[in-house]
Design a protein around this ligand. Sequence first.
Ligand SMILES: [Zn+2]
Ligand SMILES: [Zn+2]
Ligand SMILES: [Zn+2]
Ligand SMILES: [Zn+2]
Ligand SMILES: [Zn+2]
Length: 290
Amino acid sequence: MVVQHVLEQFRRKFSYFVKQIDNMDALFEAQFSPLSDSGRLLSKCGKCLRYMKYISTQPARLYCGTCEEVYYVPQKGTVKLYKELTCPLDNFELLLCSMPGPEGKSFPLCPYCFNCPPFEGIDTFFGAPKTGDSTKLGKGVGMPCFLCPHTTCPHSVIAQGVCACPECSGTLVLDPVSAPKWRLYCNMCNCLVSLPEGAHRISTTQDKCPECDSTIIEVDFNKKTTPLKDGATLHKGCILCDELLHSLVEMKHGRSFSRHGRRGRGRGRGRGRGRGSTKQQDPKMSFRDF
Ligand SMILES: [Zn+2]
Ligand SMILES: [Zn+2]
Ligand SMILES: [Zn+2]
Ligand SMILES: [Zn+2]
Ligand SMILES: [Zn+2]
């Protein structure tokens, strides 16, 4: 009798608790950040080689509990570990940041280099405010690999850059995770160029086009859809000068693009400014046919 009474009491207590748990959750969530945000282990610190925590609440950042250091990441988009690759300069594990939307870029970044770029002379950092000083670092403003001028790092703009942007003084770089809708994007504006869709693999090579100085790319076409003779799949060439590749690439833009207006302006203004001016030749002119 007593046992049954006590059991019944506990049963009621339990169901009352279950009903009220949401209230408690809400209270706790307001007080503390939700469990998912309190920092999940994401990537390894290059100094202590332990995992750093990713804190997604603004300002989004990585925190190394061992070194007690904070590394900000881009404030828009999502970040994840990038194939466990590491930065050759500091040994930090690279992250892949993906901007929202179908035209959003995906790009690698090193948490350390993003916040403390080891190179000078970058005139527009990623995430910099449209008005104001674009050379000032800040929370979420920094140097992703697509702005990195490291000459031998496989993720730098030197290795992944293909040609000058026809719209601005930036460089079109290969989106490393865009398969099967392979594409190039500008590292400064929202210019997009789609590459042969469905290709098995597209990569940059170390060779430059003798005619326009663009990076030669290598395309491994899909066996079923290859445009090459006899079912061959491998093709190397310049996207501007190689007839086959040029016929397969297509220029796309962000929302506000007006093709004719911008093109004229870009040509006049873009030349002789910024990074483009250091090249011996301006490959922009070769985009004439688009
Ligand atoms: Zn550390
Ligand atoms: Zn780095
Ligand atoms: Zn790098
Ligand atoms: Zn551009
Ligand atoms: Zn060329």
